[in-house]
Design a protein around this ligand. Structure first.
Ligand code: G16
Length: 566
């Protein structure tokens, strides 16, 4: 008898001797070895949807900040985020939250492992067997409908990889809804909207127009009569964010009444220009504006990455000096503003805020949050899935990676408190109205460059600040981020939220010895989960010391990376 699963994957044989792994943000590597992975991800998404009684699961085809020849795929959970309590809420809608947590039998990691195993099966028959084994293990009824929503960024390989996904979904008899080109956060938004449509938690209309309308309307409300000063130049990394931002602008207050936005690096006709000498990753790593930038002194600029889930701000001062306002800065700005709104609304006895960072957070940012904002800081490994999970434990969790990837999430109880609260004075009402508008403006499914950018603009308008005033809240410690090419990055294993290496043996001791000699020195190395490299981060009291420390740790890693596999 014909086996539709085996038949579907047989069309996309795996590349020889490639080992696939579900990394920081899904499978990500050179696009020409991804066909088999795409078809198999279709199968995993179908199983996941069936396990969740037919909820919509998302598949995003993107390699975000990676070079144009790469691509990738990641699976999105029913509420547009990673699998934690939220997904269980949908599974067990009648249980109380604590019960739901306890009954959450599926962990995110478990499904990542299943996906990795699926991607590495060699023959179509093995894939089919694995598909059925997963169904057995999780008691998944294969007759339950499966529904999957897909989108992709503007990479040249996207169309081919999409057809592989569709073949996988067809083999698994899953319903597929293809949204074509979307930013990654737009896809997350669609997934959440589709799964909450018609419920008390309805998140919005599951259309692109619905997304723009929601953001545009919330932006106007959040501004509350304030007008952003000057203009904003947005570098879109020649990715999908360019056309989407151009569309979003149509839903924002018109020029003169609102924000004047100049869209640059929005060439999606030449996919080979994606992320090349532009975009958030380029600016953050090189600590300079894209060479194409024509911005004048003190012009407000920001850069998105290739799929518009990261944003960072920057400007050149009157002495032509470059200043970066990265994810750490957005986190501190958002935490301080939202904290003020909570206090001014009269809600500070009921709600607390917290901040989640990774090891890449500048030491000065962490100190500022703890000492000035008096907020709790959690540190997690790299990957928004970890930060999001930690932020879910807070009433209001502000999470950002230094690279500009992040958002703010409000717990269910917090949303209820904010919605039901009766203000006791006009001042409380005003603060509450702005807070409610911010809840709608912020994409709570995932970090969203467009939504984050509008939030920053709202805050700057309320504070009547330019980038210089924002920058002056604290002084960053000079820092440097480097990428080391090694033969096998998997030999580098970390602990303590990726701040210390446990393998190769002795390497951390060498790093510690060097760090000790540097004023305010801090450095760590970790294998990237999205690129074939080990990342080195260093910070110190002065630029020269930070650069020198980074170079020394680079050498240690380079040597260990060669010696380790010899
Ligand atoms: C992805 C993840 C981010 C992570 C980044 C770099 O971003 O979503 O959480 O910070 O990769 O990860 P790594 O250092 O492991 O390569 P994006 O924007 O590329 O999707």
């Amino acid at each position: 008898m014909a086996d539709p699963i085996a038949e579907a994957v047989a069309k996309h044989p795996p590349a020889q001797s490639v080992v696939y792994s579900y990394g920081t943000a899904g499978f990500r590597t050179k696009a020409n070895v991804l066909d088999s992975v795409m078809a198999r991800c279709g199968l995993v998404a179908a199983l996941r949807s069936r396990a969740l009684k037919g909820k919509w699961i998302g598949i995003m085809i993107t390699a975000s900040h990676n070079p144009p020849e790469d691509n990738g795929v990641k699976l999105v959970e029913p509420l547009g985020n990673m699998l934690t309590v939220w997904s269980t809420l949908l599974l067990y809608p009648c249980c109380d939250v604590r019960m739901r947590t306890r009954t959450n039998r599926y962990t995110q990691e478990e499904w990542e492992v299943l996906a990795t195993e699926m991607a590495n099966k060699s023959s179509p028959e093995e894939v089919s067997k694995h598909y059925r084994a997963i169904a057995d293990k999780f008691h998944i009824d294969l007759q339950t409908p499966a529904r999957v929503v897909i989108a992709r960024d503007t990479r040249a390989s996207g169309a081919r990889l999409l057809s592989c996904v569709l073949n996988g979904l067809k083999g698994a008899s899953a319903e597929a809804k293809d949204f074509g080109f979307l930013t990654t956060p737009q896809l997350h938004y669609m997934v959440r909207c589709l799964n909450t449509e018609g419920t008390a938690d309805a998140y919005g209309a599951p259309t692109e127009k619905g997304y723009y309308e929601k953001l545009g309307e919330a932006f106007k409300r959040a501004l509350h009569g304030k007008k952003p000063s000057g203009s904003l130049t947005v570098d879109c990394a020649n990715g999908v964010g360019g056309p989407k931002l151009t569309e979003l602008i149509k839903y924002l207050p018109p020029k003169g009444e609102g924000l004047e936005i100049f869209v640059v690096n929005d060439d999606v006709i030449k996919p080979e220009s994606l992320n090349v000498e532009c975009g958030a990753d380029f600016v953050k790593t090189n600590q300079r504006a894209p060479p194409s930038s024509k911005a004048g002194s003190n012009d407000r600029c920001c850069s998105l990455d290739g799929d518009a889930d990261r944003v960072i701000y920057y400007f050149k001062d009157s002495k032509n000096m470059f200043h970066l306002l990265d994810g750490d800065r957005i986190a501190t700005l958002a935490a301080s503003f939202l904290g003020d709104l909570v206090r001014q609304s009269g809600l500070s006895d009921s709600l607390t805020l917290g901040v989640v960072q990774t090891a890449y957070a500048n030491g000065a940012a962490t100190n500022y949050v703890v000492q000035n904002l008096k907020l709790k800081v959690d540190c997690t490994p790299t990957g928004v899935k970890y930060l999001h999970h930690a932020a879910e434990k807070m009433d209001i969790g502000v999470y950002f990676e230094a690279n500009g990837h992040g958002t703010v999430i409000f717990s269910i109880d917090t949303l209820e408190t904010i919605a039901k609260y009766e203000p006791r004075s006009p001042a409380q009402k005003e603060a509450l109205d702005i807070l409610r508008a911010c809840v709608d403006l912020i994409n709570q499914a995932v970090g969203d460059a467009l939504s984050d950018m509008l939030l920053v603009e709202v805050i700057l308008a309320h504070k009547n600040w330019g980038l210089q005033e924002w920058l002056s809240t604290y002084d960053d410690l000079p820092n440097r981020l480097l990428k080391v090419k090694v033969t096998d990055r998997r030999i580098f294993e970390t602990t303590d939220a990726e701040r210390r290496l446990v393998k190769p043996k002795g390497v951390q001791d060498d790093i510690d010895t060097i760090v000790k000699k540097v004023r305010q020195g801090r450095s760590f190395a970790r294998a990237s989960g999205t690129e074939d490299a080990v990342r080195v981060y260093a910070e110190a009291a002065s630029r020269a010391e930070a650069d020198d420390l980074a170079q020394k740790v680079y050498k240690i890693i380079e040597t260990a990376g060669t010696v380790g596999v010899a």
